[in-house]
Ligand binder design. Sequence first.
Ligand code: ZN
Length: 116
Amino acid sequence: MRCEEAASLMPAYLEGELPEAKRLELEEHFSSCFTCSRKLEELKRNRELLSRERDNILKAPRMLMEGVLEQVRKEKEILRKRARMLKTGFLGIVFTLGAAILTVLFKRKRHQPERR
Ligand SMILES: [Zn+2]
């Protein structure tokens, strides 16, 4: 087998698509040809890098989605806390105002007979 043929068969070899006979022929060439066996290693490494890259690209949208959902969850929690604080604050103001009005009314009632 010549180097050109070996090179052209490498992708199919890495995919495991070569017929048994061709595969053995190619492996025999690799064992005797340093250039081709190095080329094969390079090709293998590139394919691994590529598939890792592809995995990362596929994972990215999901990670982004999870990040967004987490952010939404946090903001909902903050909004809920703020609403609770507002409610408590509002009740406090109502209570204070009510107490002040009652005090004024009570004092006025008590003072009214003395004015006459
Ligand atoms: Zn070769």
